[in-house]
Design a protein around this ligand. Structure first.
Ligand SMILES: [Zn+2]
Length: 368
């Protein structure tokens, strides 16, 4: 071989070796940089994931604040790694331990997100109970996860009710005895909201008195709030045109009047019986000035079946509903009262009429 060629080949070989060395070195340096730079996690988190030998796995996936917080809290459990990615980070107390506890209870990511977003009360309630299929309730529009314990207890006592019924009844308050727990409206709310729900779980202020009471044409001592009074005149006229004549006999009643009335019934029949047909003071729709009892003759509490049927079929057109219909005592907590009308305005009364629901149910489902 020619000497020059030999030298040339040796030089070429050396250049080649140097090139390989340089490329390799560059690659190593580059990799090292990638390690440090592509991790979006905090230094503490990176340290922990390296200790756990999860560095590559975690960094091959998209950044997750949930993962970062778990690492920083030293609460990351490898077996739940995939689940963590489904869980949205939320700034709540004990975030890491809460999601681990829920995962231990077999809740999945979707359920945990739902729980954390909607539960205002202590999530610990769920941790003290067996796993609950939360998503089975989720499609029920008035489901409130904060009532979950009450739903489950009520369901146990009423096995024939479906979930939607359980939810509505508990929301109304029916899992508790009437008057045992109630919310009290403000004077302002009572005055300004004609659609207000008054029942054994919703009380009016003792001193509430509507500021727009007007006398009914039938009797100048009978009052209703202005809008309800006008509507009642129209209802009465419509009845006359259909040959259905009825008279008001108990419209607006003050707190004091209701008190006298209720106490008289209690004396006569005892509390238990009185509570089925007379509201305690503060809990009567009559105090609203938006309720009126009607009768077909001079006898109180008397509405003939024909008149009652006419009322059921027509009163909503003038803004009234029959508030305590037949077969609904377990919801309204009052016996059937054909004579008791509640004013809601034509639009709402029509909706309630068409729904076939009591106002207690309708209110929970559509008015909250
Ligand atoms: Zn009444």
């Amino acid at each position: 071989m020619n000497k020059r060629l030999k030298i040339f080949l040796i030089i070429l070989l050396i250049i080649l070796l140097i090139s390989i060395l340089i490329i390799t070195t560059l690659k190593v340096i580059n990799n090292k940089n990638e390690d440090e730079e592509t991790s979006s996690y905090s230094e503490t988190a990176v340290t922990v994931m390296k200790d756990m030998d999860l560095y590559n796995e975690i960094n091959s996936k998209e950044y997750s604040k949930t993962i970062e917080v778990l690492l920083e809290d030293n609460e990351l459990k490898e077996k739940y790694l995939d689940d963590y990615y489904q869980i949205d980070y939320m700034n709540i107390e004990n975030f890491s331990s809460t999601i681990n506890n829920l995962l231990n209870k077999n809740y999945d990511g979707e359920e945990i997100n739902y729980i954390m977003k909607n539960m205002e009360s202590d999530i610990d309630i769920l941790l003290n109970m067996e796993y609950i299929d939360i998503l089975a309730f989720k499609d029920i529009s008035n489901f409130d996860i904060n009532n979950i314990e009450r739903y489950l207890n009520y369901q146990k006592e009423n096995e024939d009710y479906d979930l939607a019924t359980v939810v509505t009844y508990v929301n109304i308050g029916l899992d508790k005895e009437g008057y045992s727990e109630y919310t009290e409206y403000t004077l302002e709310k009572a005055q300004n909201d004609l659609t207000i729900l008054v029942n054994k779980y919703h009380k009016l202020p003792d001193n509430y008195e509507p500021d727009d009471l007007v006398a009914l044409s039938y009797n100048s001592n009978y009052y209703l709030r202005e809008e309800a009074a006008e509507a009642f005149e129209s209802l009465t006229k419509a009845g006359v045109l259909d040959g259905v004549i009825f008279y008001p006999f108990s419209p607006y009643r003050s707190y004091e009047t209701q008190e006298v009335l209720y106490n008289r019934y209690v004396q006569r029949d005892g509390v238990k019986a009185a509570d089925t047909y007379s509201a305690r003071p503060g809990f009567s729709e009559h105090q609203l000035g938006l309720a009126v009892d009607v009768r077909s003759s001079s006898l109180p509490d008397n509405l003939t079946p024909e008149h009652y049927k006419w009322m059921l079929d027509n009163s909503y057109k003038y803004g009234f509903i029959v508030r305590y219909p037949k077969g609904k005592q377990h919801i309204t907590q009052f016996i059937e009262e054909p004579w008791h009308l509640r004013y809601l305005g034509v639009e709402l009364a029509t909706k309630v009429h068409n729904s076939g629901l009591t106002y207690d149910e309708y209110y929970d489902l559509y008015m909250k």
